[in-house]
Design a protein. Structure first.
Length: 571
């Protein structure tokens, strides 16, 4: 299965809607529906969107359904695009998130019926999948989710470190816990287990051991120590034993890969960790196998069960460290979801926690309403960034949103500065996701004002002294740059734009073209083309970007054009 999406239509009206959706979803292909195509695409794609009556769709997909763990997401849309229905694989398949995105794009009503989403709670199964947890026994899952939704939270006994949603309350009492995060069986607990899939089993064995013999030995050790086989992440052994039929069969049975370790690596670990040599040195060139193999494959983990001998097999168990969190600094662009990049949408879809300034969160509210969202004020950039870093340190996947592009007067620089100050380099992945900045979005609406060299200058003196801003304005104006003014005017800075205009007029004629782009990509978007002498600061606010042409810029009907110089090259 890959990231492809297939959009099926049944009529010409449905085809028009399908093609509109494909323009929004770059990974999508449009196909006229047939049962044969449905069967062919079913195991190959991430999602299928049907445009047509839901009754027809349900009957067509019914014979193909297997499990929510492997079935693709399925959405149904009416031909008018008024309703978007999440039919199957809502959580694990991503149908609910895709439904929200499509509905937000079309201005349609999303129809989502999963209980946790309706209650505005993080989905238990999604949380488990994201953090590598196996829920068991499976027949306990529905009743646990039901209790979670009814009580708007659950009580959790946590013996392993896993990031918990705010709706999970910790308890040390097994009898009152609904969920236990642990590798082992707990006396007095009768609820749902969440097994962190982090255990690495190091194994030493004779190469003629069968898969069944290895499995029985492993099962006895795990049973004796009250450990769950579901927590096994991988097997580890000496490189020359890793090709033995027995361990390959065991790997297939447990669905756990084998990590082969070299004799040199093993002997180095034995010496470094002070491990006891084993009988393996009589038959191989290594001092031991099970313990050092488990430690090496655990990637910096710790030994939680020293070597155990069982029916001719030596077994040791190491625990891998918890997975690190992740931080995306996401550029939202101008505000219209259609102008939100696919990478940004994927980050918002994956993130557990969304952090941002209230105005920006409002722009994406339909996409993140089911997530844990934290809104902070306009001047609380440091607090926002710090909160995001702290959550990532705890192991959460976090999206810190920023208007426009996060690397242009956005949050990216502050985040990286704080990472350096707090010595967090390398602690978790950080990805900066670009967005369409207001200079690009506004310029596109105004025509082609930025076809030649330009300078972007913020008129906000909250972080930069006004004297420096004036110096930059003079330099840009004197050098004949097109000038893009960010943050041109606010309630507390009413005179800055007028002063900037006066400075630029020292070097530019009064009829220099000026473009005013306000709230681009939002419902109250407005555009105006005027001149430098006629520029009225009262028409400008913090949602406005001002474009001031250079000596060659001119007005062409409703556009501003700055020539690149092609005319001279043509003659």
């Amino acid at each position: 299965m890959n990231n492809r999406i297939i959009i099926f239509y049944l009529s010409k009206r449905g085809q028009a809607l399908a093609e509109k959706l494909a323009d929004f979803l770059p990974e999508a292909q449009v196909k006229r529906f047939s049962t044969e195509k449905l069967k062919a695409f079913w195991p190959e794609v991430k999602a299928i969107i049907f445009i047509g009556a839901s009754g027809i769709i349900v009957r067509k997909i019914a014979p193909l359904l297997q499990s929510k763990k492997i079935d693709p997401a399925v959405l149904a849309l009416d031909e008018t695009g008024r309703f978007v229905i999440s039919l199957i694989s809502g959580h694990l398949g991503g149908a609910n998130d895709l439904t929200r995105e499509v509905a937000a794009f079309l201005g349609a009503t999303p129809v989502i019926t999963t209980a946790s989403d309706l209650a505005g709670l993080p989905a238990l199964d999604l949380w488990a999948e994201k953090h590598g947890l196996v829920l068991e026994p499976e027949n306990f899952i529905p009743q646990t989710i039901s209790r979670y939704v009814e009580e708007r939270g659950i009580k959790v006994l946590a013996e392993a470190r896993v990031p918990l949603p705010e709706t999970f309350a910790l308890t040390a009492n097994p009898e009152e816990a609904d969920l236990a995060i642990t590798y082992r069986e707990i006396n007095g607990f009768s609820g749902l287990y969440a097994r962190p899939k982090r255990l690495v089993v190091g194994m030493g064995f004779h190469e003629n051991c069968s898969g069944d013999e290895l499995f029985e030995a492993l099962k006895k050790v795990f049973t004796r120590h009250k450990l769950s086989l579901s927590a096994i992440k991988k097997l580890a052994t000496l490189s020359r034993k890793s090709k033995a039929p027995g361990i390959i069969a065991l790997s297939q049975k447990l669905k756990a890969p084998i990590e082969a370790v070299s004799p040199k690596e093993i002997n180095e670990v034995v010496a470094r960790e002070g491990l006891n040599p084993s009988q393996a040195r009589k038959h191989t060139e290594v001092l031991a196998v099970a313990e050092p193999a488990a430690l090496l494959a655990s990637q910096g983990g710790r030994l939680i069960l020293p070597k155990q001998k069982q029916d001719g097999v030596t077994i040791a168990i190491a625990e891998m460290p918890p997975s690190p969190g992740k931080l995306w600094v996401v550029g939202l662009g101008p505000g219209d979801i259609y102008e939100l990049t696919p990478r940004a949408r994927r980050a918002l879809r994956s993130a557990e926690k969304i952090i941002g300034y209230k105005t920006y969160i409002t722009l994406i509210k339909d996409l993140v309403s089911h997530k844990e969202v934290y809104t902070l004020g306009m001047t609380q950039e440091v607090e926002r960034a710090t909160l995001a870093l702290n959550f990532a340190l705890e192991g959460f996947e976090v999206a810190l949103v920023s208007g426009g592009d996060p690397g242009i007067y956005g949050m990216a620089g502050l985040v990286l500065e704080l990472i350096k100050e707090k010595d967090l380099v390398g602690r978790f992945p950080v990805e900066i996701i670009p967005g369409i900045t207001s200079a690009s979005a506004g310029a596109a609406r105004l025509g082609a004002p930025l076809m030649h060299d330009f300078a972007c200058i913020s008129l906000s003196d909250r972080l930069t002294p006004w004297e420096i801003i004036e110096k930059r304005l003079k330099a840009a104006a004197q050098a004949d740059f097109v000038i893009v003014l960010y943050n041109p005017r606010s309630k507390g800075r009413k005179g800055h734009l007028n002063r900037a205009r006066e400075i630029i007029l020292e070097f530019r004629p009064e009829d220099t073209p000026v473009g005013i782009a306000k709230a681009v990509g939002r419902k109250d978007e407005s555009l105006k083309i005027t001149t430098l002498s006629a520029l009225d600061p009262e028409e400008v606010d913090m949602q406005t970007t001002v474009f001031i042409g250079n000596s060659s810029s001119f007005i062409l009907e409703n556009f501003i054009v700055t020539p690149r110089g092609y005319k001279e090259k043509r003659y």
